[in-house]
Ligand binder design. Structure first.
Ligand SMILES: [Mn+2]
Length: 342
């Protein structure tokens, strides 16, 4: 399996990122589409840090609606939804958080003329599109990166910021259970707890949030799970647009479903297909050690992206054919990986 570690990370980048933030009085923060706990947590923490340091800060997301689960994050309500942004060379610092490419966020950023910009991320496949890049592919989360930026520059970390940072670290590590969880991850979580974060309260807020409506979607998806392949290492299932309509729930209630498939005994690779309102089907893919290919590798076959073990892509088949096509695509890939080299 190819692991694309970011070769360019240098610990000095943390201080450079901190100094870039200090040197600029106006920040505009961008997070990625389909925001998750890490994107929202890092934006919330950075927003607070900026306001506390007397900066003028705003935050834009390409999402029409943010997942309600994270409503407790400071500055959650300050996020402005916007698809296209007019980037201007007026000295504003544009900060991208948790975005492996600029395309993952609002449209309009020109990588050939990257203006005054800062990219803080932990995706192995980050394209270093900004003027200043602070990307460590071995970090668990952007929140972990941001904590390291804050400590490198001696920024005050308030309780609000600590809760936001803890949120991203918790969600991107699956509650400290994925292989990206390191000693450093735990050390930082410990520091955040020392700042007043309650681990139990954070777990409640993040995990105890399912609505009865969203659980009906879970029930449908679980009833459709298909496990297959050698020693049953593959699992797939599907959410149809009708599932949302009939249960009066939405996409935000499905977070964690692909991880649920990974909890089936023996499963090393799982994919959940979701039919969106516009008919487009998107895959959420997960893998763990022992899978013949990584989630990222699979998603890239369909021009998707993400991490080696958690990735996503569009899947170009009509909803009624998706499960069948998905199973054969996985098996084809499996046979390709096992074909003897010529
Ligand atoms: Mn992340």
């Amino acid at each position: 399996m190819i692991t694309m570690m970011n070769k360019n990370f240098n610990p000095a980048d943390l201080l450079t990122a901190s100094e870039t933030l200090r040197a600029n009085d106006r920040w505009i923060i961008f997070t990625h589409v389909k925001s998750d706990g890490d994107a929202l947590g890092s934006a919330s923490a950075l927003f607070e840090a900026g306001v506390n340091a007397g900066k003028i800060v705003s935050w834009f997301s390409p999402d029409e609606k943010l997942p309600e689960t994270y409503k407790y994050l400071a500055r959650f309500d300050d996020c402005i939804s916007c698809e296209n942004f007019s980037f201007v060379d007026d000295g504003t610092l544009y900060v991208f958080l948790d975005c492996s490419t600029e395309i993952r966020s609002v449209a309009g950023f020109d990588i050939n003329n990257p203006l005054n910009s800062l990219n803080i991320d932990h995706h192995e496949d980050n394209t270093n599109y900004a003027r200043v890049n602070c990307v460590d592919g071995s970090a668990s989360s952007t929140c972990e990166m941001l904590y390291r930026v804050f400590t490198a520059g001696n920024w005050d970390i308030t309780l609000n910021m600590a809760e936001s940072l803890y949120t991203g670290i918790f969600t991107d590590t699956g509650g400290f259970s994925f292989s990206n969880t390191s000693k450093l991850t735990h050390d930082i979580a410990g520091e955040l707890i020392a700042l007043g974060v309650s681990a139990a309260r954070m777990t409640d807020r993040i995990s105890q949030n399912k609505t009865p409506e969203s659980l009906q979607v879970w029930a449908r998806v679980l009833s459709r799970v298909k496990v297959f392949g050698p020693e049953n290492i593959f699992a797939v299932s599907m959410i149809y647009a009708d599932d949302f309509r009939e249960t009066e729930s939405d996409l935000t209630g499905t977070e964690g479903l692909s991880q649920m498939l990974m909890s089936i005994r023996g499963v090393k690779f799982a994919a959940i297909a979701t039919e969106h309102d516009d008919g487009v089907v998107r895959l959420s893919v997960r893998s763990r050690n022992g899978s013949p290919f990584g989630a990222g590798e699979f998603a890239r076959m369909y021009a998707g992206g993400g991490h080696e073990k958690a990735a996503g892509c569009a899947f170009p088949f009509p909803a009624e054919k998706v499960l069948c096509e998905l199973e054969s695509a996985i098996l084809r890939k499996y046979h390709e990986c096992n074909r003897p080299h010529q």
